[in-house]
Design a protein around this ligand. Sequence first.
Ligand code: OGA
Ligand code: NI
Length: 313
Amino acid sequence: MPATMLQQVAEDLHVFPGAKHLPPTYKDPISNPPTLPEAQVSDGSIPIIDLEALHGPRRPEIVKQLGQACQLQGFFAVKNHGIPRPTVDSIFDTTREFFHQPKEERMKFYTPDPNSDIRLMNAYKDEVANVYVARESLKFHCHPVEKYVDKWPTNPPSFRKSSAEYLTNVRRVEITLLGAISESLGLETDYIEKKLGGHYVSLNYYGACEESNLELTYGVRAHTDPTIITILLQDEVPGLQALSEGKWMDVNPIPDTVVVHVGDLLQAISNHRFKSLLHQAMVNCEKERMSIASYCYPSSDAMIGPPEKVDRQ
Ligand code: OGA
Ligand code: NI
């Protein structure tokens, strides 16, 4: 699609995201909220949580901030997360190199089996909704690393080392956050941690916009994540939007932070005090964009629901 058309599409999306070409009978509970005509880009700000301060005397204050961010916004940024800068640079370099390989090399990981331990998902056209969804992603299980590492790509050669290093770091951040989130709900620190099972990651690649004869192009369409929390590492190219008080808000990258979303399962654990975040990603006309989404799941035998202690507020 030419840049000018994309500009027009982007402008339309800001006024009336996603709704333009849906037939009047189309029912999709997920896309209903953002198709409200009054939806527009909000200029709200992103709450920033200082992870380091959770380990010191300010912990009760930070726990309270976290609880408020989960309740009011459904997402927040985390600074001082302790993931070394070279580890972050290296997972992005690896992701870029993986997606820049010839299609045959990437397609070695394509499978229609949703239960596969590793899976490439391609961009696709939804002819019914007249939408092009531009994201290509490599999704794989990653905890414990030793159990899954042999399934991961060996091209580029840095893949396994860079991924293991980043994912080990992100798991530590996740456990720290879940402890504080449990406390913010008045639960034992390890309440959510005890329910944890695996960990799944999605290396997301959004190429600079391509030609498409369809009306709308998204990076990824509006959805909530079926997780406890999602930790999203974005590169420096904007694209993520979150629904905040009925309006889409740009969640632009803030250097040296990660973004955390409340997922469907935390919404259930919190008895709907925390809201699962509806979010989407836009494509960029000039630049490719990458993000690394770490999905935190319970074990398959964990019971998920509100503990008696958690009242809806
Ligand atoms: C996801 C997701 C958004 C982004 O991977 O679940 O919502 O900005 N990604 O890449
Ligand atoms: Ni998501």
